[in-house]
Design a protein around this ligand. Sequence first.
Ligand code: NDP
Length: 300
Amino acid sequence: PPRATIIDGKAFAAGLVDRVAAASGRLEAAHGVKPGLAVVIVGEDPASQIYVRNKGETTQRAGMRSDTHRLSDNTSEAELLALIAALNADSGIHGILVQLPLPAHIDSAAVLAAIDPDKDVDGFHVVNVGRLSVGVPGMVPCTPLGCLMLLKAELGDLSGLNAVVVGRSNIVGKPMAQLLLGESCTVTIAHSRTRDLPSLFRTADILVAAVGRPEMIRGDWVKPGATVIDVGINRVPSRDPVKAAEGKTRVVGDVAFEEAAAVAGRITPVPGGVGPMTIACLLANTYTAACRAAGIEPEP
Ligand code: NDP
Protein backbone atom coordinates (compact mmCIF):
# COMPACT_ATOMS: atom_id res chain seq x y z
CA PRO A 1 0.00 0.00 0.00
CA PRO A 2 1.29 3.49 -0.80
CA ARG A 3 2.88 5.40 2.04
CA ALA A 4 2.38 8.85 0.53
CA THR A 5 -0.69 10.94 1.19
CA ILE A 6 -2.65 11.10 -2.04
CA ILE A 7 -3.52 14.70 -2.87
CA ASP A 8 -7.18 14.76 -3.88
CA GLY A 9 -7.16 17.38 -6.62
CA LYS A 10 -10.68 16.47 -7.66
CA ALA A 11 -12.09 17.29 -4.22
CA PHE A 12 -9.96 20.44 -3.89
CA ALA A 13 -11.11 21.61 -7.33
CA ALA A 14 -14.76 20.97 -6.46
CA GLY A 15 -14.33 23.08 -3.33
CA LEU A 16 -12.65 25.85 -5.32
CA VAL A 17 -15.45 25.87 -7.91
CA ASP A 18 -17.98 26.16 -5.07
CA ARG A 19 -16.09 29.07 -3.49
CA VAL A 20 -15.77 30.88 -6.82
CA ALA A 21 -19.45 30.28 -7.58
CA ALA A 22 -20.44 31.73 -4.21
CA ALA A 23 -18.17 34.74 -4.63
CA SER A 24 -19.53 35.33 -8.16
CA GLY A 25 -23.06 35.18 -6.83
CA ARG A 26 -22.18 37.84 -4.24
CA LEU A 27 -20.50 39.97 -6.94
CA GLU A 28 -23.62 39.82 -9.07
CA ALA A 29 -25.97 40.48 -6.14
CA ALA A 30 -23.99 43.42 -4.77
CA HIS A 31 -22.68 45.02 -7.96
CA GLY A 32 -24.74 43.59 -10.84
CA VAL A 33 -21.66 42.06 -12.42
CA LYS A 34 -22.02 38.47 -13.68
CA PRO A 35 -18.61 37.07 -14.66
CA GLY A 36 -18.60 36.00 -18.31
CA LEU A 37 -16.21 33.63 -20.09
CA ALA A 38 -15.97 33.31 -23.87
CA VAL A 39 -14.29 30.18 -25.21
CA VAL A 40 -13.29 30.10 -28.86
CA ILE A 41 -12.59 26.85 -30.67
CA VAL A 42 -11.51 26.55 -34.29
CA GLY A 43 -11.85 23.18 -36.01
CA GLU A 44 -12.89 19.71 -34.95
CA ASP A 45 -10.00 18.36 -32.85
CA PRO A 46 -11.79 15.75 -30.67
CA ALA A 47 -9.73 16.33 -27.50
CA SER A 48 -10.23 20.10 -27.79
CA GLN A 49 -13.98 19.59 -28.26
CA ILE A 50 -14.12 17.68 -24.97
CA TYR A 51 -12.09 20.32 -23.10
CA VAL A 52 -14.27 23.11 -24.46
CA ARG A 53 -17.49 21.32 -23.55
CA ASN A 54 -16.22 20.70 -20.00
CA LYS A 55 -15.22 24.33 -19.62
CA GLY A 56 -18.62 25.55 -20.77
CA GLU A 57 -20.55 23.18 -18.50
CA THR A 58 -18.45 23.98 -15.44
CA THR A 59 -18.74 27.72 -16.05
CA GLN A 60 -22.51 27.49 -16.25
CA ARG A 61 -22.72 25.29 -13.16
CA ALA A 62 -20.81 28.00 -11.31
CA GLY A 63 -23.54 30.48 -12.25
CA MET A 64 -21.34 32.43 -14.67
CA ARG A 65 -22.09 33.46 -18.23
CA SER A 66 -20.56 31.00 -20.69
CA ASP A 67 -20.34 31.69 -24.44
CA THR A 68 -18.78 29.14 -26.75
CA HIS A 69 -17.79 30.24 -30.25
CA ARG A 70 -17.33 27.26 -32.56
CA LEU A 71 -15.60 28.23 -35.79
CA SER A 72 -14.98 25.96 -38.75
CA ASP A 73 -11.56 24.63 -39.68
CA ASN A 74 -11.26 26.99 -42.63
CA THR A 75 -11.83 30.17 -40.58
CA SER A 76 -9.30 32.79 -41.63
CA GLU A 77 -6.94 34.48 -39.20
CA ALA A 78 -8.63 37.80 -40.00
CA GLU A 79 -12.05 36.39 -39.06
CA LEU A 80 -10.70 35.03 -35.79
CA LEU A 81 -9.01 38.35 -35.00
CA ALA A 82 -12.29 40.16 -35.70
CA LEU A 83 -14.08 37.91 -33.20
CA ILE A 84 -11.39 38.58 -30.57
CA ALA A 85 -11.74 42.33 -31.15
CA ALA A 86 -15.50 42.04 -30.61
CA LEU A 87 -14.99 40.04 -27.40
CA ASN A 88 -12.39 42.53 -26.16
CA ALA A 89 -15.01 45.27 -26.60
CA ASP A 90 -17.87 43.30 -24.97
CA SER A 91 -18.24 44.54 -21.39
CA GLY A 92 -20.25 41.42 -20.44
CA ILE A 93 -17.25 39.20 -21.23
CA HIS A 94 -14.43 39.24 -18.67
CA GLY A 95 -12.45 36.22 -19.82
CA ILE A 96 -11.46 35.11 -23.33
CA LEU A 97 -9.91 31.73 -23.96
CA VAL A 98 -8.80 30.53 -27.38
CA GLN A 99 -8.49 26.77 -27.33
CA LEU A 100 -5.13 25.57 -28.64
CA PRO A 101 -3.91 24.15 -30.92
CA LEU A 102 -5.21 26.35 -33.73
CA PRO A 103 -5.18 25.13 -37.36
CA ALA A 104 -1.77 25.48 -39.01
CA HIS A 105 -2.82 28.35 -41.29
CA ILE A 106 -3.45 30.60 -38.26
CA ASP A 107 -0.58 32.30 -36.40
CA SER A 108 -1.29 31.35 -32.76
CA ALA A 109 1.09 33.96 -31.38
CA ALA A 110 -0.71 36.74 -33.28
CA VAL A 111 -4.06 35.54 -31.98
CA LEU A 112 -2.91 35.32 -28.35
CA ALA A 113 -1.34 38.77 -28.67
CA ALA A 114 -4.69 40.21 -29.80
CA ILE A 115 -6.50 39.25 -26.59
CA ASP A 116 -6.92 42.10 -24.08
CA PRO A 117 -4.36 41.10 -21.38
CA ASP A 118 -6.92 41.87 -18.66
CA LYS A 119 -9.28 39.30 -20.24
CA ASP A 120 -6.53 36.77 -20.93
CA VAL A 121 -7.69 34.13 -18.43
CA ASP A 122 -5.17 31.61 -19.81
CA GLY A 123 -2.33 33.97 -18.87
CA PHE A 124 -0.47 33.34 -22.13
CA HIS A 125 -0.24 36.96 -23.35
CA VAL A 126 3.31 38.32 -23.12
CA VAL A 127 2.04 41.13 -20.89
CA ASN A 128 0.84 38.57 -18.34
CA VAL A 129 4.05 36.57 -18.69
CA GLY A 130 5.88 39.81 -17.89
CA ARG A 131 3.61 40.62 -14.94
CA LEU A 132 4.22 37.16 -13.46
CA SER A 133 7.95 37.55 -13.97
CA VAL A 134 8.01 40.99 -12.32
CA GLY A 135 5.61 39.92 -9.57
CA VAL A 136 2.71 42.31 -10.15
CA PRO A 137 -0.96 41.26 -10.40
CA GLY A 138 -1.91 39.73 -13.73
CA MET A 139 -3.50 36.59 -15.09
CA VAL A 140 -1.63 33.41 -14.14
CA PRO A 141 -1.82 30.28 -16.35
CA CYS A 142 -4.42 27.90 -14.94
CA THR A 143 -2.49 24.63 -14.70
CA PRO A 144 0.52 25.95 -12.75
CA LEU A 145 -1.79 28.11 -10.63
CA GLY A 146 -3.71 24.96 -9.72
CA CYS A 147 -0.47 23.16 -8.85
CA LEU A 148 0.58 26.03 -6.59
CA MET A 149 -2.78 26.03 -4.81
CA LEU A 150 -2.43 22.30 -4.09
CA LEU A 151 1.13 22.78 -2.84
CA LYS A 152 0.17 25.64 -0.51
CA ALA A 153 -2.84 23.74 0.78
CA GLU A 154 -0.66 20.72 1.54
CA LEU A 155 2.56 22.35 2.74
CA GLY A 156 1.66 25.89 3.83
CA ASP A 157 4.76 28.04 3.60
CA LEU A 158 7.00 26.90 0.73
CA SER A 159 9.91 29.25 1.37
CA GLY A 160 13.35 27.72 1.30
CA LEU A 161 12.20 24.41 -0.18
CA ASN A 162 14.08 22.94 -3.14
CA ALA A 163 11.71 22.74 -6.09
CA VAL A 164 12.55 20.97 -9.33
CA VAL A 165 10.23 21.58 -12.29
CA VAL A 166 10.72 19.23 -15.24
CA GLY A 167 9.47 20.76 -18.47
CA ARG A 168 9.97 24.32 -19.72
CA SER A 169 6.85 24.96 -21.79
CA ASN A 170 5.25 28.41 -21.73
CA ILE A 171 1.99 26.80 -20.61
CA VAL A 172 3.20 24.83 -17.60
CA GLY A 173 6.91 24.57 -16.82
CA LYS A 174 8.08 28.19 -17.03
CA PRO A 175 5.13 29.80 -15.22
CA MET A 176 5.29 27.04 -12.59
CA ALA A 177 8.92 27.91 -11.94
CA GLN A 178 8.04 31.62 -11.66
CA LEU A 179 5.27 30.90 -9.17
CA LEU A 180 7.55 28.76 -7.01
CA LEU A 181 10.25 31.43 -7.13
CA GLY A 182 7.60 33.89 -6.00
CA GLU A 183 7.02 31.63 -2.98
CA SER A 184 10.76 31.77 -2.24
CA CYS A 185 11.55 28.21 -3.24
CA THR A 186 14.99 27.43 -4.64
CA VAL A 187 13.93 26.53 -8.17
CA THR A 188 15.60 24.37 -10.79
CA ILE A 189 14.06 23.95 -14.23
CA ALA A 190 14.95 20.67 -15.93
CA HIS A 191 14.29 19.71 -19.56
CA SER A 192 15.33 17.27 -22.25
CA ARG A 193 18.99 18.43 -22.19
CA THR A 194 19.37 18.18 -18.42
CA ARG A 195 22.15 15.83 -17.36
CA ASP A 196 21.47 13.19 -14.72
CA LEU A 197 17.84 13.90 -13.92
CA PRO A 198 17.61 11.22 -11.20
CA SER A 199 20.35 12.86 -9.08
CA LEU A 200 18.76 16.27 -9.52
CA PHE A 201 15.32 14.95 -8.56
CA ARG A 202 16.70 13.40 -5.37
CA THR A 203 17.38 16.96 -4.13
CA ALA A 204 13.75 18.03 -4.67
CA ASP A 205 11.45 18.70 -1.74
CA ILE A 206 8.89 19.62 -4.39
CA LEU A 207 8.91 17.85 -7.74
CA VAL A 208 6.63 19.09 -10.52
CA ALA A 209 6.56 16.89 -13.61
CA ALA A 210 5.26 18.45 -16.85
CA VAL A 211 6.98 16.41 -19.51
CA GLY A 212 4.43 14.36 -21.42
CA ARG A 213 6.30 11.04 -21.12
CA PRO A 214 4.34 8.20 -19.52
CA GLU A 215 5.75 7.12 -16.12
CA MET A 216 9.22 8.45 -16.94
CA ILE A 217 9.98 9.40 -13.32
CA ARG A 218 10.76 6.32 -11.26
CA GLY A 219 10.34 5.76 -7.55
CA ASP A 220 14.06 5.77 -6.80
CA TRP A 221 14.38 9.26 -8.32
CA VAL A 222 12.12 10.68 -5.62
CA LYS A 223 13.51 12.14 -2.39
CA PRO A 224 11.90 10.37 0.58
CA GLY A 225 9.06 12.50 1.90
CA ALA A 226 8.99 14.81 -1.14
CA THR A 227 5.79 16.31 -2.52
CA VAL A 228 5.22 15.16 -6.09
CA ILE A 229 2.90 17.06 -8.45
CA ASP A 230 2.28 15.15 -11.67
CA VAL A 231 0.93 17.35 -14.47
CA GLY A 232 1.36 14.75 -17.22
CA ILE A 233 -1.63 13.39 -19.10
CA ASN A 234 -0.52 10.47 -21.26
CA ARG A 235 -2.65 7.86 -23.02
CA VAL A 236 -1.19 4.35 -22.96
CA PRO A 237 -2.69 0.99 -23.96
CA SER A 238 -5.09 -0.62 -21.48
CA ARG A 239 -3.53 -3.05 -18.96
CA ASP A 240 -5.88 -5.77 -20.18
CA PRO A 241 -4.25 -7.22 -23.35
CA VAL A 242 -7.63 -8.04 -24.88
CA LYS A 243 -8.87 -4.48 -24.37
CA ALA A 244 -5.52 -3.09 -25.50
CA ALA A 245 -5.86 -5.07 -28.72
CA GLU A 246 -9.27 -3.40 -29.18
CA GLY A 247 -7.48 -0.06 -28.91
CA LYS A 248 -8.69 0.74 -25.36
CA THR A 249 -6.44 3.16 -23.50
CA ARG A 250 -5.90 4.46 -19.97
CA VAL A 251 -4.39 7.71 -18.73
CA VAL A 252 -1.13 7.84 -16.77
CA GLY A 253 1.07 10.67 -15.57
CA ASP A 254 4.75 11.42 -16.04
CA VAL A 255 5.49 9.73 -12.72
CA ALA A 256 5.44 5.97 -12.05
CA PHE A 257 2.73 6.41 -9.43
CA GLU A 258 2.96 3.19 -7.38
CA GLU A 259 6.74 3.38 -7.10
CA ALA A 260 6.79 7.08 -6.28
CA ALA A 261 3.94 6.78 -3.77
CA ALA A 262 6.06 4.30 -1.80
CA VAL A 263 8.76 6.97 -1.33
CA ALA A 264 7.07 10.40 -1.52
CA GLY A 265 5.35 12.16 1.35
CA ARG A 266 2.53 13.44 -0.82
CA ILE A 267 1.61 12.82 -4.44
CA THR A 268 -1.08 13.80 -6.94
CA PRO A 269 -2.77 10.93 -8.82
CA VAL A 270 -3.46 10.92 -12.56
CA PRO A 271 -6.31 11.28 -13.26
CA GLY A 272 -7.88 13.19 -10.37
CA GLY A 273 -4.91 15.34 -9.34
CA VAL A 274 -3.86 18.41 -11.27
CA GLY A 275 -6.32 17.96 -14.16
CA PRO A 276 -9.50 19.09 -12.35
CA MET A 277 -7.65 22.10 -10.90
CA THR A 278 -7.09 23.57 -14.35
CA ILE A 279 -10.78 24.26 -15.06
CA ALA A 280 -11.38 25.41 -11.49
CA CYS A 281 -8.57 27.97 -11.87
CA LEU A 282 -10.04 29.12 -15.18
CA LEU A 283 -13.22 30.05 -13.32
CA ALA A 284 -11.20 31.67 -10.55
CA ASN A 285 -9.35 33.77 -13.14
CA THR A 286 -12.63 34.76 -14.83
CA TYR A 287 -14.05 35.85 -11.47
CA THR A 288 -10.86 37.81 -10.71
CA ALA A 289 -10.98 39.49 -14.14
CA ALA A 290 -14.64 40.46 -13.59
CA CYS A 291 -13.82 42.01 -10.20
CA ARG A 292 -10.88 43.97 -11.58
CA ALA A 293 -12.93 45.21 -14.55
CA ALA A 294 -15.48 46.54 -12.05
CA GLY A 295 -12.79 48.01 -9.79
CA ILE A 296 -13.74 45.66 -6.94
CA GLU A 297 -11.24 43.75 -4.80
CA PRO A 298 -11.71 40.00 -5.48
CA GLU A 299 -12.47 37.81 -2.44
CA PRO A 300 -9.46 35.63 -1.61
P1 NDP B 1 5.50 20.34 -23.89
O1 NDP B 1 5.61 19.20 -24.83
O2 NDP B 1 5.25 21.69 -24.40
O3 NDP B 1 6.82 20.40 -22.99
C1 NDP B 1 7.42 19.24 -22.50
C2 NDP B 1 8.69 19.59 -21.77
O4 NDP B 1 9.26 18.37 -21.28
C3 NDP B 1 9.74 20.26 -22.66
O5 NDP B 1 10.27 21.37 -21.97
C4 NDP B 1 10.78 19.16 -22.87
O6 NDP B 1 12.10 19.63 -22.92
C5 NDP B 1 10.64 18.34 -21.62
N1 NDP B 1 11.07 16.96 -21.86
C6 NDP B 1 10.71 16.15 -22.87
N2 NDP B 1 11.32 14.97 -22.75
C7 NDP B 1 12.09 15.03 -21.66
C8 NDP B 1 12.98 14.13 -21.02
N3 NDP B 1 13.18 12.90 -21.50
N4 NDP B 1 13.60 14.54 -19.90
C9 NDP B 1 13.40 15.76 -19.40
N5 NDP B 1 12.56 16.66 -19.96
C10 NDP B 1 11.92 16.30 -21.08
O7 NDP B 1 4.36 19.89 -22.87
P2 NDP B 1 3.39 20.74 -21.91
O8 NDP B 1 4.17 21.54 -20.94
O9 NDP B 1 2.35 21.41 -22.72
O10 NDP B 1 2.66 19.54 -21.15
C11 NDP B 1 3.38 18.63 -20.35
C12 NDP B 1 2.45 17.53 -19.90
O11 NDP B 1 1.42 18.09 -19.10
C13 NDP B 1 1.73 16.78 -21.02
O12 NDP B 1 1.57 15.42 -20.64
C14 NDP B 1 0.39 17.45 -21.08
O13 NDP B 1 -0.61 16.58 -21.58
C15 NDP B 1 0.16 17.76 -19.64
N6 NDP B 1 -0.73 18.90 -19.41
C16 NDP B 1 -1.71 18.76 -18.48
C17 NDP B 1 -2.57 19.79 -18.18
C18 NDP B 1 -3.59 19.60 -17.13
O14 NDP B 1 -4.62 20.22 -17.14
N7 NDP B 1 -3.36 18.75 -16.13
C19 NDP B 1 -2.48 21.08 -18.88
C20 NDP B 1 -1.34 21.17 -19.78
C21 NDP B 1 -0.53 20.11 -20.04
P3 NDP B 1 12.66 20.56 -24.14
O15 NDP B 1 12.12 21.92 -23.88
O16 NDP B 1 14.13 20.47 -23.97
O17 NDP B 1 12.15 19.94 -25.39
